[in-house]
Design a protein around this ligand. Structure first.
Ligand SMILES: [Zn+2]
Length: 257
């Protein structure tokens, strides 16, 4: 039986792949994180002083979303998030003692007080707001130096429903009231560990009033006069295409390279 596994090997948010963006096969090591029960798929960190093997390159996973299928990107995003979680939970958050990885679960276990720390995702809502039949709201992030416009998005706060978070973010960021909030789809987004939940909604009332520390501009744009929008592979891109062309938000049709 071969002890070689399909390996997700990261240095921070960069993944080791060959020139065709394929993953390496690697011999299993003791501290590998198993992504499948039998260890056929593993993940590990490439240490700072470890060389990149010949024929391979480190590619930011942000770029892979554009060349990989959704399923492949989601597995890579699961790998990078689990490694990051393991790296960030080497000590017990309750008593400060060092932790051990649980033998069969994704849990970092404190050998002193028994507290278990599990991986967490941060829920985020992202909303596409339509006005009439041919306009969508797009906003420009104040920290973004490019001309790209995107959708209203933000973290769900403790105690909120998703719909409430959609309403609150919209009101805070652009001062608008919305109606007919509907769930569309979701996408794990490992920057660092978010779950993007996509909604659509209709403009109800109000004048655009941007939150100036967050946004530098927000406008309703006609479908045929859009500014620069987020890249293909992002859920924002898929949501915009969905509203304009009726294409599904979760598109699994892209083939593995
Ligand atoms: Zn403890």
């Amino acid at each position: 039986m071969s002890m070689h596994s399909k390996a997700y090997i990261f240095r921070q948010q960069q993944l080791l792949v060959d020139e065709h963006f394929q993953l390496p096969q690697a011999a299993r090591l003791q501290h590998d994180l198993y992504l499948s029960e039998n260890g056929e798929i593993i993940a590990r960190d490439l240490k700072e002083d470890e060389l990149v093997p010949e024929g391979y390159q480190l590619v930011p996973i942000r770029l892979l979303v554009q060349v990989w299928s959704r399923v492949q990107f989601e597995q890579a995003s699961r790998a990078v998030q689990l490694l990051e979680w393991r790296r960030n939970h080497r000590f017990c958050s309750q008593c400060g003692h060092s932790t051990q990885q649980h033998a069969s679960q994704y849990a970092m276990v404190c050998s002193s007080c028994g507290y278990n720390q599990y991986p967490r995702v941060n829920p985020c809502v992202i909303t596409i707001i339509t006005r009439g039949t041919d306009e969508i709201l797009l906003a420009k992030n104040a920290r973004n130096k490019t001309q790209m416009y995107s959708l209203i998005a933000g973290f769900v706060e403790v105690g909120e429903t998703l719909e409430y978070a959609v309403r609150r973010e919209t009101l805070e960021e652009v001062g608008l009231h919305i109606k007919n909030i509907q769930y569309l789809s979701s996408q794990p987004w490992p920057f660092p560990s978010n779950l993007m939940m996509a909604f659509k909604a209709e403009y109800q009332e109000g004048e655009i009033q941007i939150q100036e520390n967050e946004l530098s501009d927000a406008q309703f744009f006609k479908f045929d006069q859009l500014p620069e929008i987020p890249f293909k592979g992002s859920i924002a891109y898929a949501m915009i295409q969905h509203v304009i062309h009726g294409t599904p938000v979760a598109d699994d049709s892209k083939e593995w390279l």
